[in-house]
Write a protein of this length. Structure first.
Length: 202
């Protein structure tokens, strides 16, 4: 639960309130939830799934929706706080499938032996690989990968440049939020080695 609370503390000010920028491909958004995604989860959670329901989301509903998303993207299965927060925020910002695919691509780059299917689904093998790779490797690589991905969106579509500063600040603030939990210790290295040996035997 610590990781979830760390993420929510970062997420609330990062997302702000109502956002309906004409260049935003996600469409109408309120506190990080697009109307499209809100319709999907509001029905499950018993909330008003309309645009009005999104705009009038209560603090309690937002907390519940974020908790639900955390489990939906499988961040609750990641053992390290910094890795769980980095993963969840990527999925929240780029969609669960899109964020997971980028993480799977990165994991295959870190170690081709993982041989993960880039299918956008955080299954047992993907989660095991995330938990195996130490945070000292996972966090910086995902930060750079996500930064480059966002810049590539602008390169493909100049209309997205208006979001560049906001995206940059989001990444910087996210790293600041997880910094206290991002530590390199001998214990982490030992854990990585033992877990990798177990993974090979799977």
């Amino acid at each position: 639960m610590q990781a979830l609370e760390v993420w929510k503390k970062f997420l609330s000010p990062a997302e702000g309130k109502d956002k309906e920028h004409p260049n935003d491909k996600g469409g109408a958004t309120y506190r990080g939830f697009t109307l499209t995604f809100w319709k999907e989860i509001a029905t499950v959670l018993g909330f008003d799934s309309s645009l009005n329901g999104l705009r009038n989301m209560t603090e309690n509903q937002w907390q519940t929706a974020v908790n639900y998303f955390w489990q939906l993207c499988k961040a609750d299965k990641i053992k390290n706080t910094s890795k769980a927060v980095m993963f969840a925020d990527y999925c929240f910002h780029s969609g669960i499938s899109g964020g997971t695919k980028k993480v799977q691509e990165m994991l295959n780059t870190i170690n081709p032996f993982f041989n993960l299917a880039v299918d956008g689904k955080a299954g047992p093998k993907t989660l095991s690989a995330i938990n195996i790779v130490p945070s000292v490797v996972f966090v910086p690589m995902l930060y750079v990968q996500r930064y480059n991905f966002l810049k590539s969106l602008i390169k493909k579509d100049a209309s997205q440049a208006v979001f560049s500063n906001g995206w940059d600040n989001r990444l910087k603030n996210l790293f600041t939020a997880i910094l206290p939990y991002f530590m390199v210790t001998i214990g982490v290295t030992v854990f990585f080695c033992s877990e990798f040996i177990k993974y090979i035997k799977m």
